[in-house]
Write a protein that binds this ligand. Structure first.
Ligand code: PEP
Ligand code: MG
Length: 747
């Protein structure tokens, strides 16, 4: 890079900073900036266009074009050369603008006489704020150095725009982070809520984009990068036994932290006059723009890693931690790129909603959000860049939609929706103590699923008869090390205390597949869902299972105890697991600890094979619970985690219902108590069909009990059964249309 352009650039940035520091109105500042840039670049024209809304750019200041056009001239993204810069987020540099692709003549500006055009995007961390343009009469192609200098200036402008330096009378100058926006994501947990934004990781604010002494800034950058490298190495040391994904991320961090190209670009930015933190942000912005264009999932992940690393570096440089002194609103809606289950639990029930840019339906955070019954939207692209602490926000967890800074019509419609949901809840509360008895007198028992102590308060309020499934893996998933036996025993004891004598079915640790413990070496398996998971792990490495069984016996402390083994695929697995329970009982007896008053040991039916297990199995097992989530994925060979296929096959498909009917009949023959505890039990239409097929115990999320009970009380189950049989006879693929039709006709 030529020494003189560097010096010129530094001088220009210094003058810009002075102009910004002056006590003047936003418009005056912008005017001054355009004239400074024009004179420094040796061009007749310099103009700044800012976004007025998502689609429109407005000329906000100019040196050289007709001043009357300011705040009058507007163009859509993609329109004209300015619009082209904005759409592609990339530079347009031509010495023959009138003949360049996309040129559009704006008569009010008087720009027809200018031949050369160079426009660069004004963007901050992937957020497009506007376009900076220089033009000249003389035919001139701006050199790479000059374009680069303009980009550095645009970066400072973006930073100042973000800080509100140009707020003024023009709508475009005040538009940033003020317009209403809608984000379409994916539903992670149903429910609707309204509140105010609380950023899990507030953005770092760079208040000093321009610096006087490049030497000082270079040293600051080098020191900070060194600190970063040491930090990453430390993380790698401690994570050495952790999971592969985490190691991959840290390795990528290390690679970037040692990347010469990354360092060199930041050093160049500094020699142009940027402060160390502004240089980091400039690189971060460039990486974000690249991210938009990359479709390869792996590369996107790596660019995300670079983004995270830049954030760490910015925090080191600015000394800004997560603590910004901001006060959490009373109705916080948490916004984050992603969040771990432990962190989410720390926030607990005070959150009114959660919106994540990443995440997956089966992620631990989603499991916790569900346990806490907090509406969750995942895959809300770019929400962390758009939302500011305190913004008004509405989260529709049913549809996976988020309204940020909603306008009045949205607010009214949304509040109506919340009011309707509240009314429905009131209706459900009124039948809370009534039986789920159908019109033809068939009684269905409704239980709730749980996984945290925090779930237990829902037991009395939901009207559940007991806990039909307590997923014990959450205590293992949310920490960094294996929980201790005494801790678990205490927790199980407290769960039973809270249940006040109602039955709690404790499912033993179900890990593997989508549930990976952070402190256990991950298995590199081609098909984890079909792999080494749940009871398979427990039987091969019985240490953890033994510890857990002991904790359950101690927690029960003489009270009745119900234990259920997950993912039993054949009879021998059940007998082997049961033998472990017997051994644990014997050990407790020898140690003189109280034994449970009664003990039930059951199995989850999650693989089709168990539907065809020997009669002996059905006779021996104390009870069976159908884990419909897993059973369905194996029945249809459709991964429950894969968005492309997971909804492809209907639970009410006749093949699946016929299979379930077979299991029900085998259980009737052998007198085996049977329940259903997959997600489908909590969906009213599905629940009614399951009950019609003979399932008399359904376990579901607490919030589903009201709607399921309400529908069950309104239907005649023998009639539903007749409708199902008829649809099957007719050769329907799914009984859903026939059942829906029957329900719609007022039955
Ligand atoms: C199931 O598979 O239906 C089930 C209840 O277990 P999980 O969802 O925890 O795998
Ligand atoms: Mg399962």
């Amino acid at each position: 890079m030529a020494q003189d352009t560097q010096t010129e650039s530094r001088k220009l940035l210094g003058r810009l900073r002075d102009a910004l520091a002056e006590d003047s109105a936003g418009q005056e500042r912008l005017d001054k900036i355009t004239s400074l840039i024009a004179s420094s670049m040796g061009t007749e024209v310099c103009s700044i266009y800012l976004f007025r809304d998502d689609e429109t750019l407005e000329l906000c200041a100019t040196e050289g074009l007709n001043p009357e056009a300011v705040h009058q001239t507007r163009m859509r993204v993609g329109e004209g050369l300015v619009g082209r810069v904005a759409r592609a987020s990339s530079v347009v540099n031509t010495d023959d603008a009138p003949n360049a692709k996309g040129f559009r003549y704006m008569p009010e500006t008087g720009e027809e006489i200018f031949s050369s055009f160079c426009g660069v995007p004004v963007q901050r961390l992937g957020d497009n704020l506007g376009v900076l343009v220089v033009q000249s009469k003389e035919k001139r192609t701006f050199s790479l150095d000059e374009v680069y200098a303009l980009e550095v200036v645009a970066m400072v402008l973006a930073e100042m725009t973000e800080l509100g330096a140009f707020i003024g009378e023009g709508a475009a100058m005040s538009a940033l982070h003020q317009q209403s926006e809608m984000f379409r994501g994916t539903s992670g947990q149903e429910g609707a809520s309204e509140g105010h934004v609380w950023l899990h990781e507030p953005r770092v604010v760079v208040t000093n984009p321009v610096a006087d002494d490049p030497e000082v800034e270079l040293k600051r950058l080098n020191d900070a990068v060194e600190e970063l490298r040491v930090g990453v190495d430390k993380m790698l040391d401690t994570a050495a036994r952790g999971d592969k994904e985490q190691l991959d991320v840290l390795e990528a961090y290390r690679m970037f932290a040692n990347s010469k190209g990354w360092m060199r670009r930041m050093e160049q930015d500094i020699s142009r006059g940027l402060s160390a933190e502004a240089a980091v942000e400039m690189e971060q912005s460039a990486a974000r723009s690249r991210m938009e264009q990359v479709t390869d999932a792996y590369l996107r992940e790596r660019l995300h890693d670079l983004d995270d690393l830049s954030n760490r570096l910015l925090r080191i440089l600015t000394g800004q931690g997560s603590e910004t002194g901001a006060e959490m609103p009373s109705d916080p809606i948490l916004i984050a790129r992603n969040i771990g289950p432990g962190e989410l639990l720390e926030y607990g029930r005070k959150l009114k909603g959660i919106v994540l840019e990443e995440g997956s339906v089966g992620s631990h955070a989603a499991i916790v959000a569900r346990a806490l019954a907090i509406p969750l939207v995942i895959h809300a692209d770019k929400i962390t860049t758009e939302a500011l602490n305190g913004d008004h926000i509405m989260v529709d967890g049913d549809q996976g939609i988020v309204h940020l800074r909603p306008d009045d019509t949205v607010v009214t419609a949304f509040r109506d929706k919340i009011a309707m949901a509240t009314q429905a809840q009131e209706r459900y509360a009124s039948i809370r103590d009534k039986d789920a008895e159908s019109r033809d007198g068939q009684l269905v028992h409704l239980h709730m699923n749980a996984g945290l102590m925090a779930d237990l308060p829902s037991l009395p309020t939901s009207g559940a008869e007991g806990v039909g499934l307590f997923r014990t893996e959450l205590q293992f998933l949310i920490r960094n090390q294996m929980p201790k036996r005494t801790e678990l025993a205490q927790l199980y004891g407290r769960v039973m205390d809270a249940a006040e004598g109602k039955r709690v079915v404790f499912r033993t640790l179900d890990i593997g597949s989508d549930k990976v413990l952070p402190y256990m070496a991950p298995q590199d398996e081609p098909n984890p869902a079909l792999g080494w998971r749940a009871v398979r792990v427990a039987l091969d490495k019985p240490g953890v299972m033994r510890m857990q069984l002991q904790a359950l016996l101690r927690g029960a402390n003489g009270r009745p105890l119900t234990i259920m083994f997950p993912f039993i695929a054949q009879y021998e697995e059940y007998t082997a697991a049961r033998a472990e329970v017997d051994k644990a009982m014997e050990r407790e007896r020898i140690l003189g600890h109280p034994l449970p008053e009664t003990l039930e040991v059951g199995a989850m039916l999650e693989t089709p094979s168990l539907g065809f297990a020997p009669k002996k199995f059905y006779e021996e097992v104390d009870f069976l619970s159908i884990g419909g989530n897993d059973l369905k994925q194996f029945f249809f060979a459709a991964d429950r985690e894969n968005e492309r296929v997971r909804r492809r096959y209907d639970t009410l498909n006749v093949s699946f219902l016929t299979f379930l009917e077979g299991i029900v009949n085998r259980c009737i023959d052998t007198g085996t108590p049977l329940s259903f505890c997959g997600e489908d039990a909590g969906r009213p239409i599905e629940a009614v069909c399951l009950a019609a097929m003979g399932l008399r115990h359904l376990s579901m999320r607490p919030a589903s009990i009201g709607p399921v009970k309400s529908l069950l009380r309104r239907v005649d189950l023998s009639e539903v059964r007749r409708v199902i049989h008829q649809a099957r006879e007719q050769g329907d693929q799914s009984v859903r249309p026939a059942v829906m039709e029957y329900l719609r006709n007022g039955n």
